[in-house]
Ligand binder design. Structure first.
Ligand code: GDP
Ligand code: IMO
Ligand code: MG
Length: 428
């Protein structure tokens, strides 16, 4: 048995796609278990970029099974767009499997995501408008449409009618928006269902059978700990559980079947959308991080907010997800910095805090306690062995492991598959 969960430790965009693709060399199956097309995972192979949203990042290996689990907010239109794009680039799609229990994102979810968030004015979350929150709201309100119903023409026609009546009333009353057309939506989505039907199955049975046969499975988290609906900076969070517990409910795999957890840690910090970010640098340093790192969103193109590494947040992620190893990504982006800072604690009203505060009022007011490191001022992108990294870079990494209490497993020094240094030999 060998199952590995990959989880983001910060506010997303840590490089989960790159590390999942790297680890997928050894895996038989890659599974998405939460989130939806709000994710933007970039995989670079031989200098070619693949931007994946719903598609598990194992798709670039011929023959690997790529499962979209029951916990995913599944947008059939985006999935087909991705599939068509990949097919044009010669990628084999035969390994795709879509859970019959996943909930379907429909146009009213995306529309209401945008209208709802804008209506909050200055309190908006800054969502991706991909319909993720509204889709999960319908699931939890028990009016959602699951994939098994979506591919059943009769059932879908009935459920869409019922839902659209409710949604059109809400659209009119809340936003004075014109109604969405039932016949047009039914026809369009029936077309998508016809194309996707061959990929739909009971992924819970499939996955558990494969695990029992000894197949190697990677669970690819989307978003990250600080965007988790319960553990993140609520309400500035996404609507799912990116922590490592996610696959147990989002893919139907029991906790005792999970062997290892890898936490992805970007060597500094970014955030897209609103909400507190204690180590944010609204200054020339933040601008330098953004420019060196090309920190602009994959999904929305928005400039990402930037700041120093917050080891308090990573330590919290380690606790919540039981992280065995961290994979530190984008260390190369810091190559040209004279000085690098790491937040190792929070002070509030002069006192050191032991926990990440639940109250956003407090979190917005904490004073990060920084340690300062000398920059290594060397191009590290060609380094392939840990011992060949500059001493100053190792010092930064080793302090990170110490403060977070998580072992260093991987160091990534570039977006390509081979730009990876592996210290842990027992991830799989
Ligand atoms: P994800 O959402 O966690 O998968 O991360 P994104 O794909 O949104 O953003 C990470 C970006 O960093 C992508 O453009 C990756 O290709 C890139 N990347 C990943 N690892 C590294 C690295 O070690 N160095 C550099 N320079 N880029 C990296
Ligand atoms: P990956 O998987 C970074 C953010 C949005 C917004 C909040 C809620 O690429 O790391 P949502 O549309 O999910 O309801 O938006 O969460 N967000 C992400 N930020 N990376 C992501 O995914 C994100 N997915 C959602 O910007 O602040
Ligand atoms: Mg991303």
């Amino acid at each position: 048995m060998s199952t590995v969960v990959v989880t983001g430790t910060q506010w997303g965009d840590e490089g989960k796609g790159k590390i999942v693709d790297y680890l997928a060399q050894q895996a038989d199956i890659v599974v998405r278990h939460q989130g939806g097309s709000n994710a933007g995972h970039t995989v670079v192979v031989d200098g070619q970029d693949y931007k994946l949203r719903l598609m598990p990042s194992g798709i670039l290996y011929k023959g690997s099974l790529c499962i979209v689990g029951n916990g995913v907010a599944f947008d059939p239109k985006i999935m087909l767009e991705e599939m068509d794009g990949l097919a044009k680039r010669g990628i084999d799609l035969s390994g795709i499997r879509i859970s019959n229990r996943a909930h379907v994102v429909l146009p009213y979810h995306c529309l209401m995501d945008g209208l709802g968030d804008e209506a909050r004015g200055k309190n908006k979350v800054g969502t991706t408008h991909r319909g993720i929150g509204p889709c999960y709201v319908d699931r939890d309100n028990r009016i959602g449409i699951r994939v098994c119903d979506f591919i059943d023409k009769e059932e879908f026609a009935k459920r869409l009618k019922e839902n659209l009546e409710i949604k059109n009333r809400e659209l009119k009353l809340l936003y004075d928006h014109e109604p969405l057309d039932y016949d047009q939506m039914l026809e369009e989505y029936n077309g998508y269902a016809d194309r996707l039907r061959p990929y739909v199955c009971d992924t819970i049975a499939l996955l558990n059978d494969e695990i029992d046969k000894g197949k190697k499975v990677l669970f690819e988290g989307a978003q990250a700990t600080m965007l988790d609906i319960d553990y993140g900076t609520y309400p500035y969070v996404t609507a799912s559980h990116p922590v490592a517990g996610g696959p147990t409910v989002g893919a139907g795999v029991a906790p005792k079947k999970i062997d290892k957890v890898v936490g992805i840690v970007k060597a500094y910090c970014t955030r897209v959308g609103e909400g507190p970010f204690p180590t944010e640098q609204l200054n020339a340093i933040g601008d330098k991080i953004r420019e060196e790192g090309h920190e602009y969103g994959v999904v929305t193109g928005r400039p990402r907010r930037t700041g120093w590494l917050d080891a308090c947040v990573v330590r919290y992620a380690g606790l919540l997800s039981g992280i065995d190893y961290m994979a530190v990504t984008r260390l190369d982006i810091l190559d040209s910095f004279d000085e690098i800072k790491m937040c190792v604690g929070y002070k509030y009203k002069g006192e050191l805090l032991n926990e990440i505060p639940a109250s956003l009022k407090i979190l917005a007011d904490v004073e990060p306690v920084y340690e300062t490191f000398e920059g290594w001022k060397t191009d590290i992108t060609k380094v392939r062995k840990y011992e060949d990294l500059p001493e100053k870079a190792k010092k930064y990494l080793e302090r990170m492991a110490e403060v977070t209490n998580i072992k260093l497993g991987i160091v990534s020094v570039g977006p390509n598959r081979d730009e990876t240094i592996v210290l842990a030999k027992d991830i799989f």
